[in-house]
Design a binder for this molecule. Sequence first.
Ligand SMILES: C[S@@+](CC[C@H](N)C(=O)[O-])C[C@H]1O[C@@H](n2cnc3c(N)ncnc32)[C@H](O)[C@@H]1O
Length: 277
Amino acid sequence: MRFNQVSIQKVQQFWDKRPCNIRHSTAPIGTRKYFNEVEERKYFVEPHIPSFAEFKRWKDKKVLEIGCGIGTDTINFARAGVKVTAVEISRKSLIIAKKRAQVFKLGKKIKFYLANAEELSKTVPTQSYDLIYSFGTIHHTPNPTKAISEIKKYMNKNSILKLMVYHRYSWKVLWILLKYGRGKFWQLDQLVADNSEAATGSPVSYIYSKYQARKLLSGFKILETKVDHIFPYRVPEYIKYEYKKVWYFRCLPKSLFRWLEAHFGWHLLITAKLSKI
Ligand SMILES: C[S@@+](CC[C@H](N)C(=O)[O-])C[C@H]1O[C@@H](n2cnc3c(N)ncnc32)[C@H](O)[C@@H]1O
């Protein structure tokens, strides 16, 4: 089935079954220890996130986060003194994100909405935000173009959009193609959706070249595009919370690894603003 024909309920069910990063800690879910460990692991494995989000830059400003998951970035915006509105389609993820806000006594800083990014304005009152932040979400919705059209309703000429979508020309895509697809490039999109997440069988996972991302963001002026993130660890150890790199990344000089990440990383990090109002 083509991704744009997948129902939003399927997407919701997938992320409800296993919210993103929910196994980043073995402590009881909802405890302070759990949330601290989730954050530690997330930013250890994806260290480019804090510099992309620039949490402190948005102090006293309004941020709309789309697809907040269990709220790791959400809580860091709130900690930095940001007024956050966080949106999620997965009820289970949202419950955990809300609990996190409660545990860290930041509930007053964050408004949570259970909503579909493609129909955002049906649920979330339209007003301008200083930043629209969406990390790893838009590529999981069946019609990303609709989500982008909705996002525009929350932006004025000064608003910034920070978006992470999956990068088509990445090490990870090549690895999935060879490991799971035995080179069947004509099945690439399905292979990636099936194998790119912690749980297999994501119903929707688009992958974008820089050109495709620019097309998705028509009506925007792209301020910056960066590529980052290669996961270098061995999975059998990683799921036991041990960090052992695969042999070829162990052999690679750090500078070369960083070069690879900057060109063939899995995350396409885009900063943009509206080009015309
Ligand atoms: C890969 S996770 C990323 C979560 C979070 N941004 C993070 O970095 O931890 C993708 C998230 O997008 C959410 N999502 C997918 N489609 C959505 C939609 N149409 N509206 C709102 N959230 C959506 C999923 O429920 C999931 O929590």
